[in-house]
Structure formats: structure tokens, C-alpha cells
Design a protein around this ligand. Sequence first.
Ligand code: MTE
Ligand code: MO
Length: 328
Amino acid sequence: MLIAKPPDIPSSEITSRDAYFRYLNRRRFLKGAAAVGAAAMGADRLARLVSPRTTVHADPTKLQTVYSPLTTTGEQLTTFDDITHYNNFYEFGVDKSDPAKNAGGLPTRPWTVKVEGKVAKPLTFSIDDLLKLHPLEDRVYRHRCVEAWSMVIPWVGYSLSEFIKQCNPLPSANYVQFLSYYDRHVEKWGGAETSIVWPYSEGLRMDEAMNPLTLLTFGLYGETLPNQDGAPVRIVLPWKYGFKSAKSIVTVRFIDKQPPTTWNEQAPNEYGFYSNVNPDVDHPRWSQKTERRIGLPFYAQRRTTLMFNGYTDQVASMYTGMNLRKYF
Ligand SMILES: Nc1nc2c(c(=O)[nH]1)N[C@H]1C(S)=C(S)[C@@H](COP(=O)(O)O)O[C@H]1N2
Ligand SMILES: [Mo]
């Protein structure tokens, strides 16, 4: 478990939206109470602890933050059950229900993340090093798959930039590549069903990797990541199609050139390197103008896809002057 959770709420109960908000309110209350007890603590810090956190990620008019459950657009968190039983994790099979069935054997402890390439010196972090590297935050993000379905997920993590700063990348590190866990066990678990060349590889331009929205993610709904969602550590990029968010990361490689990435290699005309959510650029086989929000009653599922998945204010400036039809 990631976060000291109040003893009066069993883990099994933190699966519904209501229980989650009870948990968060209680957690906020506990933080406030702890702050009052710490007499030496500066007024500033105290104020930050007891008042709702200012978020870097959420446009409050469009997206609920963990501190304001109801939004003007009425977006609801996707249930824990849907987030953990409707997955893409092809190492564990191609059906949405496969990862929940097959990812149990993923050995998430011990776990190390290797840092290599254009860095001052190669490093290895254990998962516990990573968990301690920076305070964990709750971040509610929209999650938009290139297959035109979406969710709203309360992740737990911290900005990838905090980690990158510890890696001392060289000035020639223009891109970051992420490699997912893979070994021959995975083939037995479903990874052999596809023509994908493993390990799963994804990559970002350095400014994208350093954007505060880019989340190094360890949990969801206040709990450790379930294996099927990319335990023990994954990336989450809320303004890009889901496949950019590599799961179960074992290697972070800094490089000078754009790295090869799994879906782009599979079908370059269908999956671009950037893969920013863009309702104006259709996938060759389907439209990206709308999406289906998983878990809602079917009459309420269909919604308009937003440019950059609704995160324009935070990310658009990284792409000024770029033709987003060419660099899709
Ligand atoms: N290693 C790895 N990472 C992956 C994938 C995968 O198959 N393998 N699928 C991607 C895709 S297509 C999506 S939509 C998201 C799904 O994340 P979720 O199952 O937690 O919703 O993970 C991405 N990361
Ligand atoms: Mo996806």
C-alpha cells in the first residue's frame, strides 16, 4: 500500500467513487490534523496542507480534481473495477479482459529501473528508491485510448521531471525511451499472440517528458498499481493516446535521436510518434472525433473528444509551429 490509509476503511472498500472520496476527505483531514500538531511548521506549509492543493493538471471547469468531486461537465471517475478489468497490456494477451487474468505472475518485487544512454553516469533505482524520491500525489486524469474509448482515472505518482532531474541527462539527451518488462514467461502469459517485437518501447521528446503533467505512476485509487495497469511503475501522459503510456518500466534510456516505438513500428501510418489526442486527425480506419466513456450507461457513453484530451492550456505551447497532421 502506498499511502497511510485510515484504518476504518478496508482496502476492499476503496473501489467505488463514494468510498474513494470518503478516503480522500479523511486523508485530507488527517493531514490537516497532523499539521496543527506540528507547532514548528511554517504557516505557509500548514496552509498548503489544510487547503485544497493547487493542481498542475486539472482545468477545474472541465475535469474534476480529487478535491471537487462534481464537475460542471459531470465527468465521473471510472470505477476501480472497470480500470482494472478493461485493459490493454498485450504482453498478457490481446483481449481487454486478458491482463486481469494473466498479469498476476508479473514479478513486481524486487524491481529495478535502469537509467542509461546520454546521462552523466548510468544508474539503477530500486522501486523503493523511486517511491521515496518525491512525495506522491493524487492526480485525476482523462485517459483516452486510440481505439476511441476513454476513462477518468485517479492515479498516484509524481511528475516524471522529478525523476529525470535525478538522472543528470546530458545536453545531447533530446529524447527519452521507456522499455517495459519482458521475459520468456510473458510469452506463456499471452505475449506470443501478437506480432509485436518485445519489449514494448515508447518514447518522448525531452520537453514532453519534463512537462509537469507527465506522471511517473505507482498507484491508482490510492492503492498500489494492480499488475494489469502496469505495476510497479508506469508512465501516464493524459494528452496523448494511451499507448504512449508504457507500463511496467524497467529501462529509461536518454538518447539524441527519436527512439523506435512499438506501435509506430507496427503501423507507422496508423500510429504516429507524437500521438497527441487530436479530434481533427482521424485514424485511417476510424474517426477520432468522439469517444466512448467506459462504464457509463450506453446512452451516456458517447462524447466529443477534446484537442489534447482537454489539456491544451498545459501542453499546446510545446507544439507551436508544428504541423500536427504531419506529426500526428
Ligand atoms: N508495456 C505495455 N504498455 C502499454 C500497453 C501494452 O500493451 N504494453 N498498452 C498501452 C495502451 S494501448 C493503453 S490504452 C494503455 C492502457 O492502460 P490501462 O490498461 O491502465 O488503462 O497502456 C499502454 N501501455
Ligand atoms: Mo490504447
